[in-house]
Design a binder for this molecule. Sequence first.
Ligand code: CDP
Length: 261
Amino acid sequence: MITMASSQEKPQLIVDGKRLDGRDAGDLRPISIQTNVVKNAVGSAYIEWGNNKIIAAVYGPKEALPKHTANPERAVIKCRYAMSPFSSLEDHGRTGPNRRATEISKVTREVFENVVMLEKFPGSEIDIYVEVLQADGGTRAAGVTAAAVAMATSGIPMTDLPFGVSIGKIGETIVVDLNKIEDNYSDADVPMVISPRQDKILLLQMDGNMTKDNIKEAIDLAKKAGETISKLQSDALRAPYLEVMEKYKGEKSSYDEKQAD
Ligand code: CDP
């Protein structure tokens, strides 16, 4: 039940210390990640992050086309983020690219330009697709998190596995992982993407106002949340191999048999 002073005013987003969905300030929504969900892609992943449902697919490296887009020294990344017309209750207007989708495609591309070893594939392109099937706030962060797993399953070398999370400010409280209603009515929303091994911030955008101290707290909280998100990413990458190991547990491989001879 959302408490509103009037239909025009913003809802009270924290009641008795709890957020509307029952979370504490530092809690993430439930996240699950699955790999290899798009047969034709070189790498793919599906993420459910709260009520967000997103597919990420990676194609390439392949010859960069049209040719004038190629760089003889390194691969180029092309990225398309799109929200499906049925992904939210809001009126999306036309379903093709809009300013928001163009912006999110650009910042997502820039994240991967910082971690993919582009110099290994001169003249080629790598395509990243992020398709939002269901949206509930924080889709750019969840999209990058899924795209990183998709990129890893493609085997394209990266220096790190980036993750995204958005941090917000509700009144004076800094909270992790805003959902849609929080995103709409919070005092600030700061989506971030972090490269944990390199300890670098690859994306930081801000809607609203935060003080310098707020930003510091937000970065610390994002890194803390990242411990959980990074683990879910690597667990998802490991899962198919563990399944195979489980299936053949106890059986001797041809290698074992040869060794025994
Ligand atoms: O998704 P993210 O928080 O990265 O981006 P946003 O532009 O801050 O949008 C916040 C949320 O508003 C999205 O996650 C969607 O749930 C919703 N939205 C929508 O329903 N329709 C749009 N055209 C744009 C946003």
